[in-house]
Design a protein around this ligand. Structure first.
Ligand code: NAD
Length: 344
């Protein structure tokens, strides 16, 4: 049985990583606070960022090494908000020390890392989740409302892409080793949307990845992430999905995500769902505004799970599914063939 708490305020929470790019450490702690939990500790290896953290949360415990924090602090739940290649190791350290963990997306880089994290959480009887806050984005909440009502019939295909032309930046996100690759940052959010839309088992994954065009011009040289990638997934229902990510596409796709069903197509725009159907030879296009983003519900659900036993929405097994696709796609692109999924 997972260790539980009488009330949310009893859950002492902390973050590992207080980066300045998007100020995600502060965002997590504020959302945890909004869900009634108690901000207690911050661990950050960068001295300047640790100073900023102490200023933002006066009186909070600060640490410059996770091992030190786990030894000295009685913090119960930790969010890991660090570069992708450090998620698994830090999570394992925390889970083995009996702490609940919410790992930022992507949960990890490989399926094997996810498996090890899930096993460690089970052994320590603690919760392991992933910060898939975009599960509650208005763009997917709106799309799911229409899809569930049958607005486009049964799902045939999901096409998604974030493509543009431009030299990758010199931050860790464009290092293949640290990020996992071009498909791991936004790609994991898009796959998490896709898996909500296609409620079926993953059968097979094909990955196509091109590298070397931008590599000579970046800080990482041969460790630069891919220039272009395409992932196709076959599902048991007969549906399939595609995901394209590119830094070399000169004319980028204006449609972020398009869902084609047996009765119509739904285009997911940031502000609205556009539903296109055909009736009596006429094309009918309807645009329906999306509901607001509700990403804060993630920590509310975690707090409710730990205090009232409410069902966890983002389970570790759910978060492993997009990672399994990304991992198989990486392997598939190297082998030049489709690979069968182990986790459906
Ligand atoms: N869910 C979302 O909407 C969303 C948005 C932005 C970022 N992210 C995710 O958050 C994570 C971090 O991204 P970021 O933009 O904050 O990066 P960042 O580079 O701004 O911050 C990362 C921080 O981690 C610190 N760090 C690295 N190793 C550490 C360790 N061992 N112990 C303690 N601190 C360590 C670094 O010093 C740095 O300050 C990534 O997984 C990213 O994908 C998610």
């Amino acid at each position: 049985m997972v260790k539980t708490f009488k009330k949310a305020g009893d859950i002492k929470v902390g973050v590992i990583g207080y980066g300045g790019t998007f100020n995600m450490g502060a965002a997590h702690l504020n959302e945890m606070k909004r869900a009634g939990m108690t901000p207690t500790a911050i661990c950050e290896i960068d001295k300047e960022r640790l100073k900023a953290a102490a200023k933002d949360f006066p009186g909070i415990e600060t640490y410059s090494a996770a091992a030190d924090m786990l030894k000295k602090s009685d913090v119960n739940l930790l969010a890991i908000i660090t570069p992708h290649n450090t998620h698994a190791l830090l999570a394992l350290q925390c889970l083995k020390a009996g702490r609940h963990v919410v790992c930022e997306k992507p949960m990890a880089i490989t399926t094997a890392e996810c498996d090890a994290m899930i096993a460690a959480a089970k052994k320590s009887k603690v919760v392991l989740s992933t910060y898939h806050n975009r599960h509650w984005d208005g763009i997917i909440l709106g799309a799911m409302q229409h899809i569930r009502k049958g607005a486009i019939g049964d799902i045939v295909r999901v096409d998604a892409g974030m493509t543009n032309w431009g030299k990758p930046g010199d931050w860790w996100r464009t290092s293949k080793t640290m990020s996992g690759g071009i498909v791991y940052d936004w790609g994991v959010h898009i796959l998490e949307y896709t898996l909500q839309i296609i409620r079926s088992e993953i059968v097979e994954v094909n990955g196509f990845m091109w590298s070397g065009i931008w590599a000579p011009f970046t800080k990482w040289k041969k460790d630069t992430f891919e220039d272009d990638a395409m992932i196709t997934v076959r599902y048991a229902s007969g549906a399939w999905s595609t995901l394209a990510m590119s830094q070399i596409e000169s004319r980028s796709n204006p449609h972020f995500i398009k869902v084609t069903g047996t009765k119509g197509t739904l285009v997911m725009h940031w502000n609205a769902s556009e539903i296109v159907t055909h009736e009596g030879g006429k094309t009918i296009s309807t645009s329906i505004p999306n509901p607001p983003n509700e990403g804060w519900k993630l920590y509310q659900n975690i707090a409710d799970h730990l205090t009232k036993g409410t069902k966890l929405v983002i389970t570790a097994e759910w978060a492993r599914r997009p990672i399994h696709i990304l991992d198989l796609a990486n392997q598939s692109s190297k082998l030049g063939k489709a690979l069968k999924a182990k986790y459906r």
